[in-house]
Write a protein that binds this ligand. Structure first.
Ligand SMILES: Cc1cc2nc3c(=O)[nH]c(=O)nc-3n(C[C@H](O)[C@H](O)[C@H](O)COP(=O)(O)O)c2cc1C
Length: 152
């Protein structure tokens, strides 16, 4: 069975809910999904997954430092035979505003899509005021899109 890792940081729970819904979407297509807090996630978790989706709240138009910490640590995988290259990648953020969320997403897409050369699926943003049903639908559909890419 193919494995999708959805790793995230959250303070007030919105990013966690997005992670769980993305995982559910992927599981609907038969991909095993594990939603895991980024503080509990090691480099081996990244290596073992067929796809990696990473989420952060938008903090000052950027990612939380906990997320950046794992990204920085992933240089070890880059140095050691580019171990993330060609894996399926995705990203998401929960943000106060969509505009600042875009900056956070750009940062994640650069790290994984450009530097690690993963097969990156453009990320998704939840902004304050978005209807929960819409967010849930967007996340489930995103999980399915990632799963389709993993299975292709
Ligand atoms: C330290 C900090 C910085 C933030 N910076 C921004 C920001 O630059 N732009 C924005 O729109 N929202 C900002 N926010 C709001 C969060 O992005 C928003 O509340 C998010 O939904 C929190 O996600 P969580 O529930 O997963 O913790 C900030 C919040 C905190 C705590």
């Amino acid at each position: 069975m193919k494995l999708l890792l959805v790793t995230y940081y959250t303070e007030t729970g919105h990013t966690k809910r997005m992670a769980e819904e993305i995982g559910e979407g992927a599981e609907r297509l038969g991909v095993e999904a594990e939603a895991k807090r980024i503080e509990e996630c090691g480099l081996n978790d990244l290596v073992e997954a067929d796809g990696i989706v990473i989420g952060s709240p938008t903090y000052f138009s950027n990612v939380s430092w906990r997320v950046k910490k794992l990204i920085d640590e992933s240089i070890a995988l880059y140095r050691k035979r580019r171990q993330l290259t060609d894996k399926v990648g995705g990203c998401f953020t929960s943000s106060g505003t969509r505009r600042d969320g875009k900056d956070c997403i750009r940062m994640l897409e650069l790290a994984f899509g450009l530097h690690h050369k993963m097969k990156m699926i453009p990320g998704i943003i939840r902004a304050s005021g978005d209807r929960e049903e819409e967010v849930s639908k967007m996340c489930q559909q995103y999980g399915m899109k990632v799963a389709r890419q993993i299975l292709s």
